[in-house]
Design a protein. Structure first.
Length: 365
């Protein structure tokens, strides 16, 4: 400090602290050579405490209010220094202001996964994060144990230390709770309070700090475990896999029947697939129904090509052809062809198809 700092210190006789940082916990009042005039005015605002330190010893702790720093008001200083009254007799000491308000919105989280034993999943690794708040409740302990001779002491200086304590206590709290990992979300409130109480017991008597609030915001599983849990949930929702597949095929049948190929494709697919799926679905959904015995492998079916608008379409199975005839989407005079035939012929001339057309009356006499 220069001569101007010394003169300013001699003229200023009000000791106070106006803080707007909201994260400063302790602040030392600056004074040239730590010289405070006899009779100086100390102003301690609400949410603050002031500590006077002289020759390495705490002389007094001041609650919110206005004080005149004189020998008769501070007997300990009188004993330590033997003051002489007057402007020319300053005494050397330090004044520390302690913020006693609640410092909020501090973050904590597990830097490494914590292994917990889940009753359903077994040992799993979890990560957790949340928020907490701190408050100084014993200015003496805070100054002696954590601050020392620092001129400014921020909450960030102990945040890493507090996070390590919270992480250590988190594993014990989750293990003692006996709650499955999948059910932790419904117990965040109780677990948060148990964790806050556990951490408070570790710092209360020794450091003069209080944790008014501690919240668990989220507990997460590794990505691969979350995928396995999702797959397990999906299987439970689906239930009977055979019924689920049958439902999917039956739902797709109307779309297949609307195929732009029309005629034979629409009628054959719509009726053939619909009738084929109706029996297994109804039998599977009936209460107490037994699974049907395996059917023998049918012989290869003959495939047919159909002439529509001058273009060949297909191939279509014989079942699809019969379904189309019954649905009225296929006529006698339509030309058909199958492997082994020399040329296209009318459908009414094919014995396998002719019997499925409606009977025609004979010509009138």
């Amino acid at each position: 400090m220069g001569i101007m700092d010394k003169l300013r210190a001699e003229l200023v006789d009000i000791i106070e602290w106006v803080d707007d940082s909201q994260h400063t916990m302790v602040w030392r009042f600056p004074r040239f050579h730590n010289q405070i005039k006899n009779g100086a005015q100390l102003i301690v605002r609400p949410g603050q405490s002031a500590i006077m330190v002289s020759h390495g010893k705490i002389a007094d702790v001041f609650a919110p209010g206005r004080y005149s720093l004189e020998t008769k008001n501070i007997p300990i200083l009188s004993t330590l220094l033997g003051w002489h009254h007057g402007f020319d007799s300053p005494f050397k000491s330090e004044v520390y202001f302690v913020n006693t308000t609640r410092i909020t919105n501090l973050k904590w989280g597990t830097p490494n996964p914590v292994i917990v034993r889940d009753p359903d999943l077994g040992p799993v690794r979890v990560r957790a994060f949340g928020t907490y708040s701190i408050r100084a409740v014993d200015a003496r302990k805070l100054l002696v144990e954590l601050v020392g001779t620092d001129s400014v002491f921020e909450a960030d200086e102990i945040s890493e230390w507090l996070r390590s304590i919270i992480n250590m206590a988190f594993a014990d709290v989750v293990a003692d709770a006996g709650v499955g990992v999948l059910d932790l979300a419904s117990h965040y409130g109780d677990l948060s309070e148990a964790l806050r109480s556990e951490v408070q017991n570790l710092i209360d008597d020794e450091y003069g700090l209080e944790l008014p609030k501690l919240n668990i915001v989220n507990v997460s599983l590794p990505a691969e475990v979350e995928k396995a849990v999702d797959a397990r949930s999906s299987m439970r929702i689906v239930g009977d896999l055979a019924q689920y597949q049958a439902f999917q095929i039956a739902s797709a049948t109307p779309d297949a029947a609307k195929n732009p190929a029309g005629g034979i494709a629409g009628a054959g697919m719509g009726l053939g697939m619909g009738m084929a799926m109706a029996g297994p679905m109804l039998g599977g959904l009936a209460p107490g129904a037994q699974p049907a015995p395996p059917m023998p492998t049918p012989p290869p079916m003959r495939m047919w090509h159909v002439a529509q608008s001058g273009e060949p379409t297909g191939p279509f199975s014989e079942t699809q052809m019969i379904d189309a005839i019954r649905a009225g989407g296929f006529r006698r005079e339509n030309l058909v062809w199958s492997a082994g035939m020399a040329s296209w012929i009318e459908a009414a001339q094919v014995p396998a198809l002719m019997e499925h057309f409606p009977a025609q009356p004979p010509p009138l006499p």
